[in-house]
Design a protein around this ligand. Sequence first.
Ligand code: FES
Length: 507
Amino acid sequence: MRITGLGHAGLRIDTAAGSVLVDPWTTPAYLGAWTPFPDNADLDWAALADVDVLFVSSVAPDHLDPELLRRCVRADVQVLLPDSPTSELRDRLAALGFSRFVETRSGQVTELGGLRVAVPALTRPTDGPAGTAMLWLSDGEATVLVQGAARPRDLQLVAGLGPVDVHLLQVAPAGWSPMAYDLPEQAKGTIAADLRAHAFLAARRYVSELGAPHVVPTGGPPAFLDEELAHLNRLGTDSGSTHVDPTEFRDWMAERGYDHVRLLLPGSVADPREPGMPVAHALPAGEAVYADKAAQLRESRRPRWTAPPERDLDLLGELRGWLEPLLARAPGVAGGIGVGVRLTGTDAARGDVDLLLDFPGRTVRAYDGGKVRYELRVDRAVLEQLVAVREPDWVHSLFLSGRFSARRIGRENELVFLFLGNLDPVRLDRLEAWLTHRHAGGEDVTVDGWTFQRLCPHQQADLTQVGSVSDGVLTCGVHGWEWRLSDGRCLTVRGMDIRSGAAGEVS
Ligand code: FES
């Protein structure tokens, strides 16, 4: 078996029984804000993408690159399809001309010639608009798990398939908090450092659980080439960015006695059958490319993003017509947000457009002053673009781009972003159903004198497995959310309270 890095989360895996292409990405994404780093534009994509099987783990634009797939991947390739909650991934691949789909059942092994594959799929709305899938693959000589961006509560499903030789996973969160928030720089730095530390601990937990002899961090960070976003690259400053270079994770693991982390850069090749899995890098600078990142970004020949044209849309009328029917069909989501969200399209020349997404009233109206708990500020032309094309997913366009700013009073309410990431009836119905189910929380369990619901309200992790109790506070080990056990109040995210209390007092 031979594994070739393609940059970011992209891989080519050559086996005795055929070749597999995973998440190839090179086209700038997220409103042009993200570009692969190290740059992979000069790879021989025609040759590298000439494979037998294609696997795309999610519809996020740094995993599904329509332009690259159309240009370089044969339409008659076999396409491994996760057991997704919607047909969105299949539909989008079919629109690119692919038709030889291999439907998988989550966690069950499928035989493809001499290749055994399994595609465990995560299907909650918090796992992305069409879910996120992992790829387990074995050719009889070596076994690989591409966990990628998937964050399951544990890896039991995969561990049951047998020992894994190479474990590839994303080790840092891609997000917008705290970077986008109007906070003092020092506070942003502290919050981001906490988030990065949590992410590393969670990654180490996965690594320990699977026990693979070789570990490869994948999926980022991207390069932010625009001047206004350059601070997200964390070049010599702690700007509140949660992005980390894979070298940081490798060194952090080495300090803790894990010396089996290997880096795959664009064009790097490794064979897991070789002792220690040495990596041959194609980039002349090798892993020193991260030490030289500032110069690499400065000298990048990639074209810079240009803002969308002004459209002079009636934003209030358009958003009313679009969002009010959606608010009406998702009372649980609207009620869970429970406050107004001010949305401002900023424009120094044409003037700002100031709106209120009134979740309690299920309406959109002009903002008429007064205190609000949430404020989002977006360039007016960008907002017009999102509205004009009826972009259903502002998370995988606007928010992850970093091209906005936010202010809030109190804790973050994840539902604000989940709503704005699911702006069509199919997606929103799924979110509403999930929210209703989630509030059940599983049965009550008792630990250290406290009784609480078994399931984490974030992603249903089993709190008896991944939770820890200290000083009356319960912490979920997957993403670090905390609850005050005396009353169930979530200390991390507003509106995510749990059922809890002293043992014997929970009803
Ligand atoms: S699953 Fe994310 S905090 Fe528990």
